[in-house]
Design a protein around this ligand. Structure first.
Ligand code: FES
Ligand SMILES: [Fe+2]
Length: 419
C-alpha cells in the first residue's frame, strides 16, 4: 500500500513532475522506422507533450512540438521537405531541432528577417534495430544503449504497438510480477478453452535481484528443474520501463498520465539452413485491444496483460491494495523509483544512464535464450523446439492481429514455404 502522495509521484509524467523528470533522462522507443515507408508525419503524444514525429526527404527523423512557433497551427497538417517540416498555414519551415529556418514572407520582404525566438521543442531521434528512439530530457544527451539482442544477425524481427488506456506504471509493475503468469496467462487461457480447474503449474519459489539495468526475477514452478534458466538466469524488468524475456522486449512508454504506448520488439533466429538472412525492413504493426463488440481481447499473451492493466483502473489506486509475498519485486521497484527520483532532484544521473559511448554500443543482459538466438538451430530442430514450434503451429501468440503480410514475411524468412 502507498499513500496517495506517493502514488501521485509514481504516476505523473508531465514536465516538471519528479517521475516526468526521471523518465526524461532515458531514451524511449516511440515507434517503428518502417511506419515511415507509407507516411512522413505522425502526430504523437509522449509524457504529456503533444508532438509530431516526421521523416524529412533527406531521411532525417524529427520529433518537434505539435504547434508551429508562428501562430500555433498544427504541424501534423504540414509536409516534409529535404531539410525539415513545413507548416501549411504560412509556410514556416522547421528543422529537426525545432528551429525555424524559413519564413517565406519575411524572407522575401524584409532586409534582415529575424528568426530569433522562433523555435519549438525539438528532440533527438535515432533509429536502432528498426525502432525509433527519442530523448526528451536535458543536455547533454546520454548514450542510447544498444542492447545486445539488437546486434544479433540472421533474425526475423517485428515491432508491435498497442494503445493502452491506463497509466504506464501499473504496466511496468507487471514486469516484476512472476506469479501472474500462472493465473493471467496459464489458468485464464485454460478457462477460455473451457477447462474448469486451475491446473497450471504452481509457483513454488520466487526471488528478485537488482542488476545495473533494473531488476531480475527468478522462479521455480511445479515440474521445473531446480537448475533451469528460469531460476539461474531469470527475466528482467529493464530500467526504467522495459521488460526483457530473452527473445523479446516490451516497453511501456507513457503517453500521458492516463495512456500508455506499448512497444514490443521480437526476434526469431532463422534456421541455420536459411542463413545468411538479412532482413530488409523490420515490420511494424498495431495490435487492437478490443474486438468488434468492444470487448477486451484476451486470447493473446500481451493482450491478457493489457486486460489486467486496464482493469486496475485508469490510474491504479495503490492506497487500497494489499501487497503480499508475491509482490516483493513490486516493492523493490517502487523503492528504486523513489530513490532515483531523488537522485535526479539532487542533480545526479539516475540508474542506468550511460555516458560512455564504448559501454553503450553493445550492452549485454542476463539472457535465458542467448545460445538459441546467437547459434540457431536447424529447421528440423526448429519444428520440434518447445517454444519455436508453437510459432509455426499456432501463429504469433504474443499480440492479437498479426497482419497476413507479416506472417508471410516470417514464413519466408523461416523457410516454411520451402519445407
Ligand atoms: S502558423 Fe505556421 S506558418 Fe503561420
Ligand atoms: Fe504477462
Amino acid at each position: 500500500m502507498l499513500t496517495a502522495d506517493k502514488n501521485e509521484m509514481l504516476v505523473r509524467v508531465g514536465p516538471g513532475t519528479p517521475m516526468g523528470e526521471l523518465l526524461r533522462r532515458y531514451w524511449m522507443p516511440i515507434g517503428g522506422a518502417s511506419e515511415f515507408e507509407t507516411m512522413s508525419i505522425k502526430p504523437i503524444r509522449l509524457m504529456g507533450e503533444n508532438l509530431v514525429l516526421y521523416k524529412d526527404q533527406s531521411g532525417t527523423f524529427g520529433l518537434v512540438d505539435r504547434h508551429c512557433p508562428h501562430r500555433r497551427a498544427d504541424m501534423a497538417n504540414g509536409w516534409v521537405e529535404p531539410n525539415g517540416i513545413r507548416c501549411s498555414y504560412h509556410g514556416w519551415l522547421m528543422d529537426e531541432t525545432g528551429q525555424c529556418i524559413e519564413q517565406p514572407f519575411e524572407d522575401t520582404t524584409s532586409p534582415r528577417p529575424s528568426k530569433a525566438g522562433c523555435k519549438i521543442a525539438g528532440y533527438p531521434v535515432r533509429e536502432v534495430a528498426g525502432l525509433l528512439w527519442a530523448y526528451m530530457g536535458p543536455q547533454p544527451t546520454p548514450e542510447l544503449p544498444i542492447w545486445e539482442p539488437f546486434t544479433w544477425g540472421n533474425g526475423f524481427r517485428e515491432i508491435v504497438l498497442a494503445d493502452v488506456p491506463c497509466n504506464w506504471f501499473q504496466c511496468q509493475e507487471n514486469s516484476c510480477d512472476p506469479v501472474h503468469f500462472e493465473w493471467m496467462h496459464d489458468n485464464w487461457s485454460n478457462r477460455l478453452r473451457g477447462d474448469d480447474i486451475n491446473a497450471a503449474a504452481k509457483h513454488l519459489k520466487i526471488k528478485f535481484e537488482e542488476f545495473p539495468h533494473g531488476l531480475i526475477y527468478k522462479r521455480v514452478r511445479e515440474g521445473q528443474p531446480a537448475d533451469s534458466v528460469y531460476w539461474n538466469v531469470g527475466r528482467l524488468a529493464l530500467w526504467p520501463n522495459g521488460f526483457y524475456l530473452g527473445s523479446h522486449f516490451e516497453w511501456r512508454v507513457p503517453v500521458d498520465d492516463e495512456n500508455t504506448l506499448s512497444v514490443a520488439w521480437f526476434f526469431v533466429r532463422v534456421p541455420k539452413d536459411r542463413e545468411p538472412y538479412v532482413q530488409g525492413s523490420v515490420p511494424t504493426w498495431r495490435s487492437p485491444i478490443k474486438d468488434a463488440q468492444g470487448r477486451w481481447i484476451g486470447s493473446h499473451v500481451i493482450n491478457q496483460d493489457i486486460v489486467a492493466w486496464v482493469g486496475q483502473g485508469v490510474i491504479a489506486d495503490r492506497t487500497k491494495e494489499n501487497l503480499r509475498s508475491s509482490d516483493v519485486g513490486i516493492s523493490m521497484m517502487r523503492q528504486r523509483f523513489f530513490s532515483e527520483m531523488e537522485a535526479v532532484a539532487a542533480g545526479r544521473d539516475p540508474m542506468g544512464v550511460l555516458r560512455d559511448p564504448s559501454a553503450a554500443k553493445c550492452v549485454e543482459l542476463p539472457n535465458m535464450s542467448r545460445k538459441l538466438n546467437t547459434e540457431g538451430v536447424t529447421f528440423a530442430e526448429f519444428k520440434n523446439h518447445p517454444l519455436l514450434k508453437d510459432r509455426l503451429i499456432n501463429g504469433f501468440r504474443f499480440h492479437y492481429g498479426q497482419p497476413a503480410q507479416v506472417r508471410a514475411e516470417f514464413e519466408q524468412a523461416i523457410g516454411v514455404a520451402k519445407a
